[in-house]
Design a protein. Structure first.
Length: 413
């Protein structure tokens, strides 16, 4: 098995990993870091909680030249929460080298973000809308960009973000003059076609976890009467042992359900896109700290968020796609811990659920529901959740990080 030392990382990167308590690379890190260190474009797929942020974060830091006070790397993400999370990791990795990371998202004043860029931010992590705003205001230049990441790539290339992503990359060097990495837990077939204009001779990596490495998630479907969804939810929450996330379909639905649960005494709050950024940050922090044990959320919480201690995910309402179902369920069972996911469906939901199940290529155990029903205390046999889960010429200069790609860096590794 590879070690981080095998990748030729800078000593400052090795020390940052040690400070984080990380000693061995995960499979996705072992397969993508060497390729990215060689200057290749990478399209990577691995399950939730597999260490994708470090997989692109370590090579990205290696490519940033600390003495150049210009934006050299850009990470685009779909949500503000994920931007903050990725920004924290990159800040920790680059701290010893004096590499500055700035998070730019909506819901916060644009002035301080412009100031951070003027003061020499070298890495930008942000949502496409705010990044594009900064570019059009003349506050953000991508002329020196050498490393580009689309995190949660399938969502970034979907219709909701694709227009902005295309516009942003129109201000960046062309694909053969920069390095690009796409990472996601789900990778529908259309993603490859959509990504073609952004990549230069990419390699593709897909990591399917070994049985002993697969997320330990027991996912069951509870069939409930049309008027039984509320009772089923309360019964599941009454038996919680840790933090629980309850997913709804709409922002209004999340807010309303959280109020209903709070009214009957549950320690709960909502996370949805209509909230101010300060309010969203407060909910995530209180949930992480266990001050609230239940978070009712829209799909804004489905992707990328690393929330330790989530033992139960409840799909109160079905998502739109099988990919979203995978990401929702993947909020539990992380880092080798066990988790439970329960999807509630009524008779009206069955056609939609069958469609989702076909997209997963996986049968999910169904259980009936009565007023006496409770969450299964033991997992149905064989029902561990799997979700959905292969040469670049060097760029204009050599493919070696920093020194070889024009950075001129000679620091010891």
């Amino acid at each position: 098995m590879n070690t981080f030392q095998d990748f030729g990382l800078l000593q400052t990167s090795m020390k940052a990993l040690a400070k984080m308590g990380i000693t061995s690379p995960t499979p996705i890190q072992a397969q993508t870091i060497p390729a990215l260190m060689q200057g290749k474009d990478v399209v990577a797929q691995a399950c939730t909680g597999s260490g994708k942020t470090l997989a692109f974060g370590l090579p990205l830091i290696e490519y940033v030249e600390p003495s150049l006070r210009a934006v050299q790397a850009l990470v685009l993400v779909p949500t503000r929460e994920l931007a903050n999370q990725v920004g924290e990791v990159l800040s920790a990795l680059g701290q010893a080298d004096g590499i500055k990371t700035s998070v730019v998202v909506g819901g916060r004043g644009i002035g301080p973000q412009e100031q951070a860029i003027r003061q020499g931010a070298q890495i930008i992590v942000g949502a496409p809308g705010r990044v594009l705003d900064l570019i059009r205001r003349g506050s953000l230049s991508l002329k020196k960009l050498s490393f580009m990441v689309l995190d949660e790539a399938d969502e970034m290339l979907d219709r909701g973000f694709m227009h902005d992503v295309k516009a942003i990359l129109g201000f960046a060097p062309p694909p053969n003059k920069r390095q690009t990495a796409l990472f996601s837990a789900t990778h529908p077939e259309w993603v490859d076609k959509a990504a073609i204009p952004f990549l230069y001779q990419p390699i593709r990596v897909k990591v399917d976890p070994l049985p002993e490495q697969a997320p330990k998630i027991d996912h069951v479907v509870q069939e409930v009467p049309d008027n039984g969804r509320w009772d089923a939810l309360r019964s599941l929450l009454d038996e919680r042992d840790g933090l629980s996330i309850v997913f709804t379909r709409t922002k209004h639905g999340a807010k309303k359900l959280a109020k209903q649960l709070a009214a009957v005494g549950y320690p709960v709050d909502a996370l949805q896109g209509n909230m101010s950024q300060n309010a969203r940050d407060r909910v995530v922090l209180q949930f992480r700290n266990g001050q609230i044990e239940i978070m009712v959320a829209t799909n804004v919480a489905a992707r990328g968020l690393d929330l330790d201690g989530v033992t139960q995910v409840i799909n109160y309402e079905l998502p739109e796609t099988s990919e979203l179902l995978t990401h929702r369920v993947g909020r539990t069972g992380r880092m080798g811990k066990a988790g439970t996911a329960v999807t509630l469906i009524t008779a009206e939901d069955k056609p939609k659920f069958l469609q989702l199940e076909r997209g997963l290529s996986q049968k999910i155990t169904r259980l009936g529901w009565t007023t006496e029903s409770r969450r299964p205390s033991t997992a149905p046999s064989g029902n561990n959740w799997r979700g959905r889960g292969s040469n670049r010429a060097p760029h204009a200069a050599s493919a070696a990080p920093r020194g070889g790609r024009g950075g001129g860096n000679s620091r010891s590794r």
